[in-house]
Ligand binder design. Sequence first.
Ligand code: PRP
Ligand code: ZN
Length: 299
Amino acid sequence: MDKEQRLKLAVQKSGRLTDPSLDLLQRCGLKLSRGKDQLMGFGENMPLDILFVRDDDIPDLVQEDVCDLGLVGLNVLEERRLELAARGAQARFEVLRKLDFGRCRLSLAVPEGMSFEGVGSLRGKRIATTYPFMLERFLREADIKAEIVTLSGAVEIAPRLGRADLVCDLVSTGSTLQANHLREALTILESHAVLIRTPVALAPVKSEWVERLLMRIDGVEQVKESKYIMLHAPRAALPQIRKLLPGSESPTIIPLEGSPERVVIHAVCRENVFWETLESLKKAGATAILVLPVEKMLA
Ligand code: PRP
Ligand code: ZN
């Protein structure tokens, strides 16, 4: 197929988003053959290729139309948006979907010995960060004067080196902070992965594949927690049982051959079904309870 007809999607090369991004694409049906240099992956069954890059480069690759799509953290995206705004420019990437992975937060963290009694404690302090624009906005909105020490990495050791009093950094598990004797004090942004697209209009074939991909992503996100549940129950217990089924809309009710007072219930539950629910169902008279994972869903 013509190169112009293939979508190019930027994904983080190595980091928090890499595995969950590839996992999402795989659930969307993409089979990838990684190139020899590992910088690109070719879609074998979809006109979609992956470019493995530094996450910080993704917003620009997409807004400059080098890539059609990108999977990136809101943290990186927002920082870039503010940086452009500070230069009087406007971000041109378009956010298509908020995704349910890559959760982390941009937080202020103080050395274990330092007291922190709210934003006022930041006044006059030196704060090390790789997110100067988001930190600047936060301080400005809180009306706090403090010094921003912009670093390109290893922010967490800045207080020990005497370069800053505290840090403003990404936290996900918290282990980096802990290893560096820092305590999370205040969150300034809750982040997650997002799918972005180029501002440039796409060729019809590409555009159609973006739509298909979005539909599949929605389906994948929907089934994550969903379960298919089947059970037998006394007809009289139906109202009670329907209340017990978590997040199910309208269950299918089928008569049970030979026993007019019992029915078969099939339902899709959009939340996880816990043992406690099964125990309550059993108490309500349900038998032959079966819970199955849902693999795909298309509304
Ligand atoms: C962030 C941050 C910490 C680490 C925190 O870096 O700078 O080093 O993650 O994670 P933890 O709470 O699970 O220990 P990131 O992986 O975003 O690296 P990058 O800035 O080079 O992309
Ligand atoms: Zn990065």
